[in-house]
Design a protein around this ligand. Structure first.
Ligand SMILES: [Zn+2]
Length: 247
């Protein structure tokens, strides 16, 4: 295999590898995305549970409050009877005080009852909204799972196809070059970079003029001394010129 053939095949290999990087990332990311939706469903489920508990508590307090008000009303009737039966001014005043106290109690309890009823109403509205949101999110989760599975199958098929293509290409690349390519590709993502001037376009390292000429000639495999990327000359075809040391 000549250097030129190696480079041509390597470039095809890189094209294939770069194309699959994104879908490999996508493949890894799909379960995370589904997990995010699942977490949202779980959050709403917890909120709903808490709201249900609060609603039940408030309904319990409301029942208690209503009982208390009934009780106070019974007491009020008794006190009114007492007032009617008062035999003197002292008894009259005592009964009146009792009535005032009970009326005040009833009025306080009724205020609290109204507040409770308002709170219950708010809880019910919130629960209805969250139930709706929960149902929507559950639908969304189901759809995400189905779409995710379909997409993962699609990606796996594409990757397996790319793997076959890769195997076919790699037999035509010298082992040493392939190993270098794979090492750099794993580390830097792109192992081959186009070069038109004596600078590595991967890391901007300046090349020695002699190395650049070697690269332009395309007779040997040239790597960047700094980042180890494989350099491919993509500029104008060269006309041999004497080396100048001006720079
Ligand atoms: Zn470099």
């Amino acid at each position: 295999m000549t250097v030129q053939q190696d480079l041509a095949n390597l470039q095809k290999l890189q094209e294939l590898d770069l194309k699959t990087i994104d879908i490999r990332n996508e493949l890894d990311d799909i379960p995370n995305q589904i997990e995010d939706v699942r977490k949202n469903v779980e959050t709403i489920r917890m909120i709903l549970q808490k709201e249900q508990v609060r609603l039940e508590e408030a309904e319990g307090w409301k029942t208690d409050k209503e009982k208390e008000i009934t009780l106070q009303n019974d007491l009020l009737v008794k006190s009114k009877t007492k007032l009617q039966g008062a035999r003197n001014d002292k008894e009259n005043k005592a009964a009146q005080r009792e009535i005032d106290t009970i009326k005040k109690n009833i009025s306080d309890q009724e205020k609290e009852l109204i507040e409770l009823m308002e709170a219950i109403e708010q809880y019910r509205i919130a629960i209805d909204e969250h139930k709706k949101e929960f149902a929507e999110l559950e639908e969304h989760l189901k759809a995400s799972e189905q779409e995710g599975e379909a997409r993962m199958a699609e990606i796996k098929a594409t990757l397996s196809e790319a793997d076959s293509g890769r195997k076919e290409l790699t037999v035509h690349i010298s082992q040493q070059t392939l190993r270098l390519y794979e090492r750099v590709q794993r580390k830097l993502g792109q192992a081959i970079v186009p070069v038109t001037e004596p600078i590595c376009s991967g890391c901007n390292f300046g090349m020695l003029p002699q190395k650049f000429i070697e690269l332009q000639r395309g007779e040997s495999l040239i790597t960047c001394p700094q980042c180890l990327r494989i350099l491919v000359y993509t500029g104008e075809p060269i006309v041999e010129e004497p080396l100048s040391d001006d720079e």
